[in-house]
Design a protein around this ligand. Sequence first.
Ligand code: KIV
Ligand code: ZN
Length: 548
Amino acid sequence: MIKSNYVKIFDTTLRDGEQSPGATMTSAEKLEVARSLARMGVDVIEAGFPAASPDDLEAVRRIALEVGRPTPDDPEAEVPVITGLARANKSDIDKAWQAVQEAARPRIHTFIATSPIHMKYKLKMDPEDVIQRVSEMVGYARSLCADVEFSPEDAGRSEPEFLYVVLGEAIKAGATTLNIPDTVGYTTPDEFFALIEGIIRNTPGMHEGITISVHCHDDLGMATANTLAGIRAGARQAEVTINGIGERAGNTSLEEVVMTLKTRKPIFGLETGIQTPQIARVSKLVSNYTGIVVQPNKAIVGANAFAHEAGIHQDGMLKHQTTYEIMRPEDVGVNQSKLVLGKHSGRHALRSRLAEMGHSLDENELDKAFARFKELADRKKVITDLDLEAVIADEFYRPRDVYYLDGLQVTCGTIGMPTATVRLKGPDGKVHVQAAMGSGPVDAAYKAIDAIVKMPNTLLEFNIHAITEGIDALGEVTVRIQGENGLHTMDAQSELVYQRVFGGHGADTDIVVASTKAYLNALNKLIIAQTEGLEPAHANHTHGVMLG
Ligand code: KIV
Ligand code: ZN
C-alpha cells in the first residue's frame, strides 16, 4: 500500500467532545466552532450524532449547509468533509444522511462494537451477526453516500483476526475509511502500532483507496502516543478533539498530534493542513463555550505551556529562546507577552490589532469592542492580546441575551452579611431589581439573579483565574450549570440519556462582575434551550474571523 505523507485531521469536538456529559453547546456555538475548525484547515468535521435528538440533527444539517459548502463569493473554496455518526442501523443512517447530504462533501460514519465484551454484554449479538450487520449497513450507507467511514468500536480490545474479517466486509460493502478506535484507552503504543500494521497487512481487499484512521481515548494518558504510533504504522487520518475533550479522560487532542508532527517532522516526515497559529484561539473558543477549563499545564494550549517562571529557565531563555522552548509560542497563536494597546490608542489601532489577531469586525461590532476597550483601558494600564481575546469572547461569543446585566452592587467583607443588588433587563425590556444575601458576594449575586429569572438549576462548577499578570488583571470566570427539567441528549455508544450541562463565560477587572456575567451567560443558554430548543434563532456573535 502506498502511503501518502499527508495526515488528514478529523475533528470530533462536536460529536465525541460535545457528546460527553457536560459539554453542551448550542447550535449557534457549534456553528461557530465548525467555522473556526474549517478556517484552521481541519479536513473532516464530525458535526454530531444526528439520531440523538431533532436538535442534534438540525445542528449537523446547519453545519453541512453553512460550513460544508463554498460561499457564493468564493465558489472554488475548499471546504471540509462534513460527517455525522450513526449506529449500524437504518434509522440512524437515514438521519445521518438527512443531516449531511447538503454538504459539498458529505460522509456517513457508521459503527458497531467488535470486542468480545461489547458484543456479549452491550449488543447481545453473535460475532457472525455483527459481520452480517456490518456488511448490510455499510452497504446501505454506501447506497446513500459515496463517502462512508466504518468504525469497529472497542477495536483496541477486539481479536485482531476477527477485525480483519469485519473490516474486509466493510471494504467489500463500500467503506472508504476504516477507523480503528481504542474506545476505552486501553492499549499501549507498541500494541496499537502492531494492531494498525496487522490490519493494513491482513485485511482482505485492502487497497490504496482505503484510508486507515485512528481514534484513541486517553484513559491511561496514552491517547496521543497511541495515535502517533498508529500514524507511524500507516494510518493517514487522526481523529481528535480540541483540548482533548471527550468521554471520561477525553480523546486525543488535535493540538498535541498536529504540533508533534510539525515539531518532530524529521522523525515522522508527515504533514497536516492545520494552520497552527489558529490553535490557541480555537482552544479558547471551545473552552469558553463548554465551560470546560483547560488545565494550566496542558501541553500546547495550557496557560503555562509557554510560561517560564523558574529563574534558571528565564536565564536560559534570555540567552537563547531554544534552550527551553521547542516550539515558538506564535506557531500556536500564543503571543502572551505582546503589549499592544493603552488608554490613548484609537479605534484604528484597535481594528488593526484585532485584524492581526484574526477578528474582522463590522462597524457596529467594532463600536461595541471599542467601548469595551476604552472602559478596560480606564482600569488597566496596558492591554495585551489575551485581554483583547477575553473582551471579544465576552462581547461576541455568547448567546443572545435574554436577561442582560444592567447593574450590580455588592457589599462584602468581615463586617455584616455579603449582599448583592442586581439590576437585569428582561426579555420584554422590563428592568428587574433584586437584592439578596449570600455566603459571599458571588453567592449573593447569584441568589438575586435566581430570584428574578426563576430558572431552577444546579451550579456544577465555578472557575476563576487572572488572564494576565498584575493587580489590574482581567478576571475570567467560567461556570457550568445543569437545568432541573428536561433537555436530555443521548450518548451514541453507551446509549445513556443524560441532562445537558451549559457553560458560561465572563471577563471583567471586577471579579464579582465577571462571575455574574458568566452565570447569566450560562442561564441565558439554558433559558433559550428550554424555551426554543437548542436551536436559538440568533446568536450574539455574527462577526467573522479571518484566516490567520
Ligand atoms: O470511541 C469510539 O469507539 C468512538 C466510535 C464511535 C468511533 O467514538
Ligand atoms: Zn470515541
